[in-house]
Design a protein around this ligand. Structure first.
Ligand code: HEC
Ligand code: HEC
Length: 348
């Protein structure tokens, strides 16, 4: 579409919208349209029961940045999930909650949630709509009772009108609608605009250097079984050898109770990984160099270690120093600046 057509369509859309909703501020409907990037698989979220609307998204965004969810109104979702770092938490090894209490796990990025089959490092939450309940009730995160949050929302001077607009029909705010609104906001957090994405989709701006291409080839050969598809995770639970003892966190086992699952963690996506240190569930590594050194020479041999990391009896993934640098160069092509700075996703 050329610029003239774009302007024309935009004007048309604005006029159309303005003419049917006279009292509302003018908003372009396409603003919050959820689209599936052509290099992504089909999403897993059931949009039929919670379609994204402009007012639902705006409500979800306001909730995401509101400390109303925490017992003493001190901390919001957005305090631990920060847009610059793809909605992860960078300044602490593990996340930092109410009263400065530290959790045992690093806050993961919140991006491309609509494609996920489970949530949390242990996969203990099967649906995105249920994730906030865990954060709200967790004593080291927000330490609040969900019913109390609903009471606070109903008493607020702004929320009743916002909920009525987003979910017409109900006179009081319900917990279910609160969770739906948060999901609408989180589902819109799609990161698919990195240089790598432009490269695979054959779009302009998609040029990779010789080192980045070499890194991509190495990544495909050595890493992509686990960090699979353009989501960069196969969404399985695996032990990549970062610990020799799991007394502190048995992870997947705590959900499944299969002894084979002791020490298995969800394979994280590597999108925006340049922006999301520290790395691993426990924030063990500060740099990507340290992560690559781990894969070549730091892998710990325990019963649940993934067989891919112990091939032919040899621990780890052999890589030269140059190959490590090439993989890191490739990983940095997954940084999506437009995602982190998207004005729609910032504190309203
Ligand atoms: C104190 C910091 C903190 C706060 C506040 C917080 N989170 Fe989190 N969040 C975390 C941590 C830590 C995890 C990982 C937990 C785990 O795996 O056990 C997480 C996980 C998640 C995930 C799953 C990501 C994944 O890859 O599995 C989502 C989605 C999420 N949080 C959304 C929210 C929402 C919505 C709120 C507000 C209602 C919120 N968080 C509040 C720290 C926080
Ligand atoms: C056997 C499966 C497997 C293979 C192969 C694998 N990874 Fe991982 N990777 C994981 C798991 C599981 C984690 C999370 C472990 C944890 O936090 O305890 C992870 C974590 C990471 C992280 C940290 C991400 C974050 O947000 O904390 C990076 C970076 C990473 N891997 C890069 C690589 C690279 C590069 C390769 C290839 C050289 C590779 N991985 C090969 C399973 C694998």
């Amino acid at each position: 579409m050329n610029t003239f057509n774009k302007i024309f369509c935009l004007l048309f859309a604005v006029l159309l919208f303005a003419s049917c909703k006279k009292d509302d501020p003018v908003v372009v409907p396409e603003d919050v349209k959820f689209t599936v990037p052509s290099n992504f698989p089909a999403p897993t979220y059931s949009f039929s029961s919670n379609e994204i609307t402009q007012s639902g998204f705006e409500l979800g965004r306001r909730l995401f940045y509101d400390p109303i969810f925490s017992r003493d109104s001190s901390i919001s979702c957005g305090d631990c999930h920060i847009s610059y770092s793809a909605f992860s938490h960078v300044d602490h090894i593990t996340s930092h909650g109410i009263n400065g209490l530290l959790g045992k796990r690093n806050a993961p990025a919140v991006q491309n949630m609509a494609w996920r089959t489970s949530f949390f490092w242990d996969g203990g939450v099967p649906l995105l709509d249920l994730v906030p309940l865990n954060a709200i009730q967790n004593p080291v995160e927000m330490d609040e009772v969900p019913a109390n949050v609903v009471r606070k929302l109903n008493r607020s001077s702004v929320y009743p009108a916002m909920f009525k607009k987003a979910f017409p029909g109900l006179d009081t705010i319900s917990g279910a609608d609160m969770l739906k609104a948060l999901s609408q906001f989180m589902n819109m957090l799609v990161s698919a605009n990195s240089r790598y994405d432009h490269y695979v989709r054959g779009e302009s701006g998609g040029t990779l250097s010789a080192d980045e291409l070499a890194g991509l080839a190495l990544f495909k050969a050595k890493c992509s079984t686990c960090h699979a598809t353009d989501l960069f995770t196969d969404q399985s639970f695996r032990n990549n050898g970062i610990l020799s003892d799991f007394t502190l966190d048995k992870c997947r086992y705590e959900v499944s109770t299969f002894p084979d699952d002791i020490g298995k963690f969800a394979v994280p996506s590597l999108r925006n990984v340049e922006r999301t240190p520290p790395y691993m569930h426990n924030g063990k590594f500060k740099t990507l160099e340290a992560v690559l050194n781990h894969y070549t020479s730091g892998v710990k041999d325990t019963p649940s270690l993934d067989p891919l990391l112990k091939q032919n009896g040899q621990l780890g993934i052999p890589l030269t120093d140059i190959e490590k640098q090439q993989i890191i160069a490739f990983l940095k092509t997954l940084t999506d600046e437009s995602f982190s700075t998207d004005p729609r996703f910032q504190h309203p």
